[in-house]
Design a protein around this ligand. Structure first.
Ligand code: HAM
Length: 434
């Protein structure tokens, strides 16, 4: 019978065959963030819808078009479209912002956006992200960018371009909004309906509208970087100086405005051309007003998030190395039912010592068991039949060399197996060195 229920459009399964790719990215990101003093935070998959309306912003594509929301018992909830809003909400709710500053937290989580699926763009995707609250200094911006770059480098990724921009603060933005309104007003009739209403409420959002017509009109719009106040300019200059000290190459892209409303001053993206149109593998920036907007004290903050699917796609396309998946240490093949109890107890003793031990659990014949053992790449195989049960001794076969060695099936079995495995491993290492 054909499978009649398939996974929803824009979602993916990660099967055990590919999970090592995810472990590689998650482990690298996690360990790198820890060297910068970040600890993990876990937050709910859904939040009150208002949280995203107030942080991501009412006029953004994410809030206007892409959120998965439900009304449950008269309360409106939304599956998180990103991790910043929930993390800052959690920092506030758990009193983290009353503790020693800066507060640093990283997360690995799924996000949900109802976008048109394509390569690198999903409706459920995963982010590694982090947030730092309590520093207004440009060296914090440099540190965050350096952290993202370290993760990218440690994954072995090449040709990822860092693009930076400053989108100013509310004071420089007032002038800029005036300039944008003047520019778009002439072309108002050609804008999409959403952008027509954005023109009054938040003209900057027209700059990241996905409609090709709006994008074409926005091509020659005024640039925020020409409207920065002294403080924002100085902040940006300092950041550039620090990036230079850190030997981090960048280009200034005055067109980066980011699709979320909370950003102020620094914004940045790491972009590749190796995976098609959706090549932004990391995006982030400063959001000095968000914590206050959500009911906290004025606390400058910043962070970034990386799309795990996009990182993995890029690693695959560039032939980067993944942490190799573990393989089976030993396959124990009982010849018949009589040998099963012994096989079970030996496997349990091995597993207690941390070995990956498998026995036949489906009742295959010996030949089929050997085939299976080969398929799973077991390092050793051991057959248990009447002779072995009677003599208390079995032959342990090294599947790489074909060598067989007698091993006693007594209470020293695990130690002996361990010694053999270790000495074979050293033998191989020595051989490789010769
Ligand atoms: P964002 O740019 O919306 O920023 O998303 C961050 C990253 O998530 C993107 O660069 C991309 O790699 C990945 N991503 C976004 N949408 C999709 C999608 N539909 N399918 C696959 N991957 C996707 C944020 O979410 C901010 N919260 C980042 C941040 C943290 N800013 C400050 N702190």
């Amino acid at each position: 019978m054909a499978l009649s229920i398939k996974r929803p459009n824009g979602t993916e399964d990660v099967t055990p065959k590919n999970i090592h790719k995810w472990y590689t990215v998650e482990k690298t990101a996690r360990e790198t963030a820890e060297t910068y003093g970040f600890k993990e935070i876990r937050i709910p998959t859904f939040e009150n819808t208002e949280l995203f309306q107030r942080s991501v912003g009412e006029t953004t594509d994410v809030v206007q078009k892409e959120m998965y929301s439900v009304i449950a018992k008269e309360t409106k909830f939304t599956l998180r479209p990103e991790g910043t809003a929930g993390t800052i909400r959690a920092m506030l709710q758990n009193g983290m912002l009353n503790e020693a500053m800066p507060q640093r937290a990283f997360y690995i989580l799924s996000c949900f956006r109802h976008e048109r699926p394509q390569a690198g763009r999903l409706r459920e995707f995963h982010q590694f992200g982090l947030e730092m609250a309590g520093s207004e200094k440009p060296c914090a911006d440099a540190e965050i960018i350096s952290l993202a770059k370290d993760i990218i480098d440690r994954l072995g990724l090449k040709n990822i371009e860092l693009k930076i921009n400053s989108i100013g603060c509310p004071s420089c933005r007032a002038e800029y909004h005036k300039a944008l309104k003047a520019y778009f007003s002439d072309k108002k009739d050609e804008l999409c309906d959403t952008c027509k209403s954005r023109l009054e409420k938040n003209p900057m959002r027209i700059l990241d509208c996905k409609s090709p017509i709006c994008q074409d009109i926005a091509k020659d719009a005024p640039l925020i970087i020409d409207y920065l106040c002294d403080e924002c300019s100085e902040h940006f200059e300092k950041l550039k100086e620090y990036l230079k000290v850190m030997n981090i190459e960048y280009t200034i892209d005055p067109k980066i405005v980011r699709g979320l409303d909370y950003y102020t001053k620094t914004v940045f993206e790491f972009v590749t051309t190796d995976i098609g149109a959706q090549g932004t593998v990391c995006g982030g920036g400063r959001y000095d007003g968000l914590i206050e907007q959500l009911g906290g004290q004025h606390t400058p903050a910043l962070g970034f998030a990386m799309g795990l699917e996009r990182l993995i796609l890029t690693m695959e396309s560039q032939g980067c190395e993944f942490i190799q998946p573990e393989t089976c240490d030993i396959y124990i093949a009982p010849m018949d039912e009589k040998a099963v109890p012994k096989a079970i107890s030996l496997a349990k003793a091995l597993r207690d010592e941390g070995f990956w031990a498998e026995i036949d659990v489906v009742g295959r014949g010996l030949k089929a068991q050997m085939k299976y053992s080969d398929k799973i790449g077991a390092a050793y195989t051991m057959v248990l039949g009447d002779n072995e049960l009677e003599s208390g001794c079995a032959k342990l076969k090294n599947m790489k060399t074909g060598e067989q060695i007698e091993i006693a099936l007594d209470d020293k079995f695990t130690d002996n197996f361990s010694n053999i495995a270790v000495s074979d491993m050293y033998g191989n290492v020595l051989k490789d060195m010769q």
